[in-house]
Design a protein around this ligand. Structure first.
Ligand code: ZN
Length: 86
């Protein structure tokens, strides 16, 4: 009986650690390399209604607003070096 509780406790602990790890990953949101020129100068493209914080990032050049009017594939990243989205 004790081992059963221990086993459940251990698995809950693992799940919490994994969840916390995912949260950290989401927060960091590391930019990929450009798929055209392998540059690291890649910024995320924002879709939807921007908050004031998003707008500050945009003014600093750390964020690009996507054109949500255009239907079709929506690229997630924009390369500042070769000016391409992917
Ligand atoms: Zn590029």
């Amino acid at each position: 009986m004790f081992y059963l509780f221990f086993y459940i406790f251990l698995n809950i602990g693992k799940a919490i650690i994994k969840f916390a790890g995912d949260l950290v990953k989401m927060d960091q949101k590391e930019s990929p390399l450009c798929s055209y020129c392998n540059s690291k100068k890649v910024i995320p493209i924002f879709y939807g209604y921007p908050t004031s914080r998003d707008y500050q990032e945009y003014e600093r050049g750390n964020l690009k607003f996507g054109e949500s009017i255009i239907l079709g594939p929506k690229p997630d990243w924009h390369c500042k070096k070769c000016d391409k989205s992917f």
